[in-house]
Structures are given as structure tokens and as C-alpha cells.
Design a protein around this ligand. Sequence first.
Ligand SMILES: [Zn+2]
Length: 226
Amino acid sequence: MKKSYDAIFENNRKWVESQVAEDPEFFKNLSLTQTPDFLYIGCSDSRVSAEEMMGMKPGELFVHRNIANVVNTLDMSATAVIQYAVEHLQVKHIIVCGHYGCGGIKAAMTPEDLGLLNPWLRTIRDVYRLHQAELDTIEDEQKRYDRLVELNVQEQCINVIKMACVQEEYLIDEYPIVHGWVFDMKTGKIIDLDIDFEKILKDIQKIYNLTDSNWVMGKKNNKNML
Ligand SMILES: [Zn+2]
């Protein structure tokens, strides 16, 4: 066990060496600032490595991960990450990425008391309830499970779009755009669920429009006048 722990520092030493060999200024530049275009919200699952599967380097991806890539309005961690990414980093794209074979989704499909996990899984069970009519028609359990993974991504995208900072920033600058993905571990491929961001935004704003504050409209009008 100690051996595998110590190996991390050896790996780190080699990584530093290879980065510096490629670009002697790499760490100096890395320490100056971050200007990522992407916020990635994914599952904590150890098999889904965001930067690696997307071919991203340090500094290119702002990341939030939790069990089953959930965006809950009462989760201060997720909402603070989104707010910071949108308002301060001005990310252009927000990606919610689920994955087939997700243990969190599987647990949510199992109707039993799972202790501290209950409130977390409730958000996913709510997704099931919202889409019960469709899910209950799928007889094959594996297919139903895969579909819930996709629907959970879709609903978490909607939860991102419900946030005032996302709606306001989009109104002013026409970004960020929200995307829903599923990572297929069996093939290594990323599947874009082609979430229709504009349509969802328009649909949900009948209920969740949070962009009518004076400062947002003022900022929008000022921009149009420039
Ligand atoms: Zn997962």
C-alpha cells in the first residue's frame, strides 16, 4: 500500500521533468492565471478522467465532480463553482457529463434506505419520477439504467440553466452554452446528447426567468449601445 502511495511522488517528479523538457516556462506560465473556456461537471467515478478523455492540458478545464454529476440548488459547492466559472472565469461552455455504468444512478434505481446517501440520491430518484412514463416502458433493465443516466444528465443541465448567473450571462454575452454528454466506458467515446440549450432556456424561463433585474437589463442595454 505504501509502495503505491510513494509511487505518486515518483510519478509527479517524472511529470515535472517531462513538462519542463517540453516547455521550460510551463510552470511559470501555469502559475500566472487561468483562463479556461470550459466548466466540466462530472461524476466522481475514478474511471472517468475528464482532462484525459478530452485531451485537455492544465489550465484548460475548470472542474466540479460529485456522485452522479448532480447539480442541486441547495449544494453550495456545485453552485459556487458554477457562479465563479460563469461570472469570473467567463467560461464559454458548461458541460454536464454522466457515464454509463454509474454506481450513483444504479443506487438511485434501488428502492432502499441507503443512509446518508438518501438525500443525494433523492435528486436522481426525482429524475426517475419526472420521466417515469418513459422509463417504465423500457423492459430491459440495462437499457432502462442507461436511459436514466442520459435523462439525469439532461435534468442536471436544466438545473444549471435555472441558475440566475447562467441566464444573466447568456443574455449579456450569448454564452455560456450548456451541453450534456455521456461517457461510454466500454468504448472510451464521449456521446453528445445534443441538448437544445436555446429551447430549454426559452421553455424554462416561463417559470424560472431570473433575468429581469435592473442591473442585468442595464448592462445589456449598455452593451447594445456600444
Ligand atoms: Zn458515476
